[in-house]
Design a protein around this ligand. Structure first.
Ligand code: URA
Length: 205
């Protein structure tokens, strides 16, 4: 799929997400948070769900966890313009509670389409929920995130080979600063895949 086609398809998906009423979270959201970034990126990151700031702005990772995420990206020499970033849930769970399995199953159809359209070489799963979903999707035997964080796992998928890299959720560093060093070391796993990252001007993303 060429860049233009990807942009059109992602644009259409954004419209569908904006009007989604598949689960009760639509009633309490201020905005949907579909995801953003380079639709042709080699690396896609998947987080958990929008928080308060994300809900208000309609953008992923704009709160404190977002600051940590930007630092982690910086440590491997990339910016948000080089990657695609989205979440398991596109709407905020009230009071930032964990996503319910019914919400996940209502919502992941959009994520599956994002993975298919962007078709990244590498998928970074941020935290437990994204890791569990992506492991299940690609039939990787389940493991605790603490055992697999920072590991590069090769999988064959219907749309080509991919590398799955689970890491802790950046929010852990906002309540435990000691986890920052661990996250920084796990993020080094992405480094070999960053040399092809192209920085596109903001206007074409
Ligand atoms: N945490 C997430 O998982 N996603 C966001 O967009 C913000 C915080």
């Amino acid at each position: 799929m060429d860049l233009k086609e990807k942009q059109v398809k992602i644009g259409k998906l954004r419209g569908q997400i904006a009007s989604c009423t598949r689960c009760p979270l639509h009633a309490t959201r201020a905005n949907t948070v579909p995801g953003e970034g380079d639709v042709d990126a080699d690396i896609m990151f998947i987080g958990e769900a929008p928080g308060r700031n994300e809900d208000l702005q309609g953008k992923p990772f704009v709160g404190r966890a977002g600051d940590v995420f930007d630092k982690l990206l910086g440590s491997i020499g990339v910016t948000r313009n080089d990657i695609y970033l989205c979440n398991i849930l596109k709407c905020r769970p009230p009071d930032n509670r964990n996503p319910l399995s019914s919400e996940i199953s209502s919502c992941v159809g959009s994520l599956d389409i994002q993975i298919k359209i962007v078709n990244p070489k590498v998928i970074g799963t941020l935290g437990n929920f994204a890791t569990t979903y992506v492991f299940e999707k690609f039939q990787i035997p389940p493991e605790k995130i603490s055992s697999v964080a920072g590991r590069v796992i090769d999988v064959e998928t219907p749309f080509g080979p991919k590398k799955i890299v689970p890491v802790f959720h950046p929010a852990v560093a906002t309540y435990n600063v000691h986890k920052t060093d661990l996250l920084l070391s796990h993020f080094q796993a992405f480094k070999p895949f960053c040399s092809d990252c192209e920085t596109y001007p903001e206007s074409i993303l």
